[in-house]
Design a protein. Structure first.
Length: 157
C-alpha cells in the first residue's frame, strides 16, 4: 500500500510523507491532493463549504465516508478511483500564511507546521476526527506517530 500526491509541495517532503503514512490503512494504493493557498482562497472555501467565513489553517475534503479502520479497496470505491487506479482519498488545502504565523507562534520551524497540517488533513481524509475527547486522543496519537516518522516531533524543534 502506498499513497501518491498531486501537490505543489516539495517532492522530497511528499516522498517522506508517503513513507511516514505507510501502515495507517489497509487496502489498495491511494492518491490525494495537497495545495498551498492564500488567506483569501481558504476563507472563500471555508465560507462556501462549511459556512464559516474566516481564515483557517487547513481544510480537508475527504472523498469517502466511514472508512476509518476499514480496508480501502478500489473495487468498493470505484467512484473514487483516479485515472491511475489509485483510490482518491481527498483534497487538503493549507493556508501558507497561517501556517507560517502558527509556526512562529508555537516556536517551531515552518517545515514542521506545514507537514503537521498535511498529516492532520490526511488523517481527516482517512476518517479520523477530533469532535470528542476520545477521537481527539486517537487522532493526536496518529499525528504524533506520523510526525515521529518524519523526524519532526515537538520535542526536537
Amino acid at each position: 500500500m502506498r499513497i501518491v500526491f498531486d501537490s505543489d509541495l516539495p517532492e522530497e517532503g511528499l516522498s517522506r510523507l508517503a513513507a511516514a503514512m505507510d501502515g495507517l490503512w489497509e487496502g489498495d494504493d491511494l492518491s490525494a491532493e495537497i495545495w498551498l493557498v492564500s488567506e483569501e482562497q481558504i476563507r472563500e472555501l471555508n465560507a462556501r463549504e462549511r459556512g464559516v467565513d474566516r481564515v483557517t489553517d487547513v481544510l480537508s475534503f475527504p472523498s469517502m465516508d466511514g472508512i476509518k479502520g476499514r480496508p480501502i479497496l478500489a473495487g468498493e470505491h470505484s467512484d473514487c478511483n483516479d485515472c491511475e487506479g489509485h483510490v482518491f482519498l481527498g483534497s487538503i488545502v493549507i493556508c501558507e500564511k497561517r501556517a507560517r504565523e502558527q509556526a512562529e507562534e508555537y516556536g517551531h520551524p515552518f517545515e514542521r507546521e506545514l507537514w503537521y497540517l498535511a498529516v492532520h488533513g490526511l488523517l481527516h481524509c482517512l476518517g479520523y476526527d477530533h469532535e470528542t475527547e476520545e477521537e481527539k486522543r486517537e487522532m493526536r496519537a496518529k499525528e504524533e506517530e506520523v510526525m515521529a516518522k518524519l523526524d519532526l516531533t515537538r520535542e526536537e524543534n
